[in-house]
Design a protein around this ligand. Sequence first.
Ligand SMILES: [Zn+2]
Length: 108
Amino acid sequence: MGSADRLVSAASPGLTVRQRIAELLRSTELTAHEISKQASVAEREVAEHLRHLEHTLLQAGERLRVLAPHCVKCGFVFGDREKHGRPSRCPKCKSERLSKARFTIVPA
Ligand SMILES: [Zn+2]
C-alpha cells in the first residue's frame, strides 16, 4: 500500500482513500468527478487510485469495470485504449459532447 492510503476521511474514519472508493463503487457506478467528490480526493488523483485499486481487487476476486464513455451525438463508444484517459472529442463525428466514463466494481 502506498502513502496515499494513510489519508482518511472524517466521513468514514478508519478507511483509506482506496477503501472508501471501493465501498462507493461496490454499490453504484460513478464518474471520476463523482468519485472525487464522494471520496474527498482530487479529481486528478482518481485515475491513480483506480489503477492501484484494480490490482487489489483482483486479489480479492473482484474487478474494476469501466463503463466506456460514448459520443452523445452519434453514439460512438470509446474502447479500452482510452479507458483511463479523458477523450475530448469523438473520432467519428468530431462532436465534443461526450458522456463521462463511469466506474464500478463487479465480481471477477
Ligand atoms: Zn460522435
